[in-house]
Each structure stands twice: as structure tokens, then as C-alpha cells.
Design a protein around this ligand. Sequence first.
Ligand code: ADP
Ligand code: MG
Length: 728
Amino acid sequence: MSISRKQALQDVLERTPRIVERPDNKISNYYGENVFNLSRMREYLTDEACDGIVDAMENHTSISRAIADQVASAMKEWAISRGATHYTHWFQPLTGATAEKHDSFITPVANGQVIEKFDGSLLVQQEPDASSFPNGGIRNTFEARGYTLWDPTSPAFVWGETLCIPTIFISYTGFALDNKTPLLKALARVDDAATSVCQYFDKNVTKVVATLGWEQEYFLVDKALHAARPDLQMTGRAIFGATPAKGQQLDDHYFGSIPARATAFMKEFELECHKLGIPVTTRHNEVAPNQFECAPVFEEANLANDHNLMLMEVLEQVARKHNFRVLLHEKPYPGLNGSGKHNNWSLGTNTGVNLLKPGNNPKTNLRFLTFFVNTLAALEKHADIVRACIASVGNDHRLGANEAPPAIISAFIGSQLSELLDALEKSIKAGKLTPEDKTALKLEIGRIPEVLLDNTDRNRTSPFAFTGNKFELRAVGSTANCAVPMTVLNTIVAEQLTDFKVAVDARIESGDKKDDAILKELQKLISQSKAIRFEGNGYSDEWVKEAKKRGLSNLKNTPEALEVFNRKEVVELFEAQGVLRKEEVAARVEVELENYILKRQIECRVLMNMSRNMILPAAVRFQSGLLANVSQLNDVLGKDAGKYSEAQVELIKKAGQLIQDLHGACDQLESLHDEAESGKTQMVNARMFAEKVVPSMEHLAGVCGALEMLVDDADWPLPKFSELLFTR
Ligand code: ADP
Ligand code: MG
């Protein structure tokens, strides 16, 4: 339900911060209290059951029915003690959000009574009535049923009155219907591939995990003002609005002090996160007014991703308690900075080594270089897939909009590492390496930590930047499920490392020493992957031209980017790595396209309704007021009236022109919208939306913005950006 702007502004005046105290000053005393983690399992389970779980977590072994029963019963006891009455299999359908279907623990017994019951079979597998989740045709074609299966690598947690059990969601025939399943497969692949490459350096490495540290950006807006804007309510973004007199030009919001109501919100939000074992640590203002960011300590990628999804839910729910709404959209306000979700990524070993952190001797640095160069090579080879996996309706407004990484994928590594790679490329000669060559190389490689120490350049315009001990994928949108980019990144790196191992082994086979073989192969990869390295300003027009020369793609919108998944070699990559089958890739494209079209349709309709039913009447009222004024002046002043009504007449004409423009732009948008629904395939329709409908929407939005600047402020029906952004 919408409320009026006047009512909303009135409501805002009456707000006070909601203060919630922490149960304890020491966070560690309540951290993770709503999580059924390993230490809690040890309290509730036999050693044998615990070992079974640990084995399943670490080595992906299956869990026996007896152990599953024990775990289920312990989980239930613990969850009830934490206030839970229901349980749910918590999963990640292809829509990007999370889904759950709550069931109560109770089962009827004799005499009209009930008992709480939860056994292993309910824990391990469920059949949610989830026929309405998008599946890209997979379930229709093969088998209607979809199952959720317990993921024991991510701990169950209590949220509100529900025990949530992280699960994967697959069809009866084993096709993934979610985002977690392929992620888990990609993580297993990168583990295998990286572990075997690690064997060149350290035989003790038996496991490699991908690590993820995301940074979540979001906007807060007062609940009442949100309710007065149908576009915010239905699409998550303000489709139009005049830029406020004070925007982000002053940069005073960034790292400024956080306003009181927002601080109170953050305190409660962090409290809830900490109880859920989400290790959020940093909070600060972002570039735009009322924009904020939070980031946790990094974790194993699957867990980190579950935590991000939980966090988005916690954000929304806690925000409501504080009379705020949280905007996770990539571009909530045209003309202002949008929101992203940087994905910091690295690989860590069971021996405690970060493989993207330079060591302190030539041997560990060679290991660093190996993983560093292989990552660049993977990116160079598969840049288009990386672009495609971050494509979304909201991100289309952000990428390349001079505030976020461009749609062209490149990597920034800093000038010193660039020089080092260039030097290595030149200094490794064909044939056998002489002892002098080796000494020179060792010196070169030995300099890495020192090089990084003063590697202070922090290029913020790059979509993929090396930041000293990890890569940061910055092009991910704020609403995204990180599982999608993490699946892609880990898959392409897994493939690259596998190929690297084969190539190095072949060189060793034909007589090279191990280190020489590695160096020569790295040299080859350095030359091959040069095109992807870019140190300059990614926002500049020169880069667009330069990238074109280098043969890098610039896939400007979502449908264009999604086409990448239809390429034969892309499907083959996912199949060869065992991450996605061809049907699953195709299904994902269908779901994404459908999602894109639906969201654009909603935006169009909302914009047309607002234009016709809210803006147009306000503009006409404004013009009528002026007309009445002019005719009254005529009545009173007669022939002198002209002297005093010139401005009014100008404004009448201006309003008249904009009213015509508005009307015309609405009609044009309507017909393009209808045309974009009539294509033969989803791809055709999606492309029409991207190429024709979106520009037409932007045109109409521009007219609305111009009217906002003209019409009497008291008569304007919608909260303005200045109100949405500066209300604390
Ligand atoms: P920025 O300068 O990009 O704002 P922040 O300090 O806010 O940087 O965020 C850095 C992020 O990188 C944090 O989420 C942190 O947990 C993460 N991070 C640090 N080391 C690693 C690693 N080895 N693997 C993955 N993420 C990491
Ligand atoms: Mg960052």
C-alpha cells in the first residue's frame, strides 16, 4: 500500500532511534549462540557421530542413517532450547534469493497429543512443494519432483522461531535447481586441482579451500518514504528523480560519522549477525548519502556465501524494526553511486598457507607466482564467462557507469608486479636454464614481498584487482548470490591449474628440472595472458578503445552477456569440470533471461503508471494554477496584465511541452514494451528490452525528472531524492 508524501514526511519527523543493548560487552560470549556448530555438536553428540560429521565435511563422505538420526535429534533438542518451533530446509533457488518451507516439529500421537519429532530422514532429504521455483524447463522435461538435500559443510542455525538447515536443491534426476550445488562442485574441483599443483612445493598439502570475503553495500531509506514511492516498493529502485542539490559531490558522507538512527540499526544488525556466527567486523559509510557497507572476516567460500545470504535477510528484517527499508538494488538512485558486492577471493591450504600471499624465500614465492599467474591466465581465457556470471538487471545500470568497474573484464596487479612479470617473461630463455639465469631469476622472485610492501597503488576502477594477498572481483552486484561468480571463478581456475599440472609434468618428463619446468610454463602463461592486464583508468574512454584493440569483449547488457553461456566451449568447460551439465547451463540462461524480462516489465509498468496517474495530474494541476493566475491578472489589470504575466506564460508553455512529452514518451514506451513481449524467443525479447525499452524508459524518466524541477514542491506527489537520501 502506498502512502502520501505528506504523510510520510510527517511520520519521519516522529522517528526516534530504537536502542537495543548487547547481552554482553564481550561478543565472544554470545557469538554463534544460534548456530549448531561443531563445538555445540560435541556437547550433544557421541564422539563417533561427531567424527562422522567431520569426515563428511572434510572429505565429502556420506553420513550413515544412524548418525543422521543422532544429529537430527540433537539438532532438534538444541533448536527447541533456542526457541525454535519449526524447521526448514534452507536453499538457494535460481532466483538468487533463498527459499524455505517451514514445518513444525510436532507429530500427533495417541489421545490427541503431540510430540516434537525430527529424525535423520527429515534432516537429510525433503521434497519441498517448490514447483513454482524457476527451473529453466529442467523439471518439466525430466521429472517433476525436486529435492532438498542437507549440506553438512554449512552449519544449521536458528533464525526467529525456525531451525534452518542449509541444503542443496536438485531434481529427481540429479540436475541442480539451485546455486549451491554447482558451487560445491566447483569448490571440490579447485581443491583437487590446486592440491595437486601444491605437491610441487609441499607434500603435506592435502586440501585446498577457496576463501571468500565479501563486502556488502546497501542503502537505508525511511520506511514511510519508501512506502510513498511505488517504484521503490515494486522494483527496489527509484526509477526517476531530480538529482538533489546536495548529492555526493562533497564526499562528506564517505567515512563520515554514521547518523544516530543508522548507528542504532547497525548495532542490532551486527548483534543478530554475531549470534548467527556471521563474522562481520567492519562498517562504514559509502560514497552516496545513506549508503553503507559491511564486511566480515573471510571464510571458506561455501560458508561465506551462506553467511552473505543470511546477512541480506538479517539486514532486511532488522531494518524494518528500525523503521527503515534496506535497498540492496545495484542502482537505487539514478545519478548517484550504486551498490556492489566485492568478492575477495583466494586459496588456502590445510597447512595454513594463503597461496596468493607471497612468501619470504624464492621457493614460497615460486609457489605464489604459480597460483598468481595461473589465476591471470584463467581470467584471460574465460573473461567473458566472468562477465556473464555477474550480469543482472540491476548491475546493467552500474557496470561501466563511471562509478563501478566497466563491463570490460581486466585485471589490475600493480606496477611492481607488472614489471616483475615482464622481467620474468623476458629472462626465461628457451632450452636449459644456466646457473646464472637461475640466480638472476631467484633474485627477481625473491624480491616479491618487498615489492608488495610498497605496492600502494589501489586502482579502484578495475573489475579484478590483486590486493596483496587475494584477488578482488569488484564487478559483482549488491543483490547477487556470490555462489554464481564463485562457481565460475573456481571452475576456471581449476581448469587452468589442471592444464598447468599436465604441462609441467610433460616438461619434467622430457628432462626439465621441476623448477625450470614450472618457470617455463609460467613464462608461457605470462605471455599468453598479457591482454587481460590493465593498470590504467578503467572508467576512461581510452580504455574502451584500447580494450577493443586488444580483442577484449565489452558485453554491455545482460542478454548480450548471457549469450556467452550458449557458446559451445563454455558449455564444454562446465561439463569437463563436472560443475554443470549442458542442460543445467541452458536452464540457467533461460531462468536468467526470464528474470531479466520480468523485472524490466515490472519497471516499465510501474513507470508508466506513476507517469500517467501521479506525475501527469500534478503537472496539469500546476499548469491550471498558472492559467487561472494569468486569467485573473487579465481580469484585474486588463491590457497591463501582459507586463506581469510573461513568466507565468513561459511556465505554462514549458509545462505544456513537458506534458506533451510525458504523454508521448508513455505511449512510445508502451508500444515498445508490447513489442518486446512478442518476440519468438526469450533472448529476442530480452534483447529488445535491453536495446529499445530501456532507452525509452530512460527518456520517460528524464521527462519526469524535468517536471519535478518545475512543479510546485507542495504539490509534488512523491518523496524527492533529497528526502529519501538525507532523512536520518
Ligand atoms: P576494501 O579496501 O576493498 O574496502 P576491506 O578491508 O573492506 O577492503 O575488505 C577486505 C575483504 O577481504 C574483507 O572482507 C576480508 O575478509 C577479505 N579477505 C582478506 N583476506 C582474504 C583471503 N585470503 N581470502 C578471501 N578474502 C580475504
Ligand atoms: Mg573492496
